[in-house]
Design a protein around this ligand. Sequence first.
Ligand SMILES: [Zn+2]
Length: 177
Amino acid sequence: MSECKVCKSKAVVTAQASEEISYKGATLIVPMAYSTCQNCHREFITTAQIHQNDKAIRDAKKAHDGLFTSAEVAKARKQLGLTQEEASLVFGGGRNAFSKYERGEVSQSVAMDKLIKQALKHPMVLHELFVEAGFAVDKNHLIYQDDNVVSYVAYKAANDHKYTAVKSMKMQEEHYG
Ligand SMILES: [Zn+2]
């Protein structure tokens, strides 16, 4: 695996230490990876560990802010039955958005986080996003609500009042524009 750049020994072990990071007045405990050479006892951080630590810090901040961590974004996407490419088309954010979120290279925006959570909570939201993304969705497309499979038509009929309410709320907001 990695080699000590000083003594060239390959007897390098990976270790982890908890580091305290101040963030928005809170103290976050973040696991940080580093390497120790067992020959010369030098401690160093590899490039891979720098990326790993960046990801750990980003995830800790997101968890503190109530946003999905990179692993949670991946879990949500799989729950929605989408590939990374499909998720980027459905939710926006650019072609590689989800692979970057899930690798922890980039944090999703607060708006993106909210949209993913709404799609998880409300099958109709996901359905509408599918339609907008140009995905083929037939009229009798089955959607999942909790553990019950209901048809889209039946679901829409049962929830029509809900959408009327949302519509009138949106009209109120327009007065502020
Ligand atoms: Zn060494």
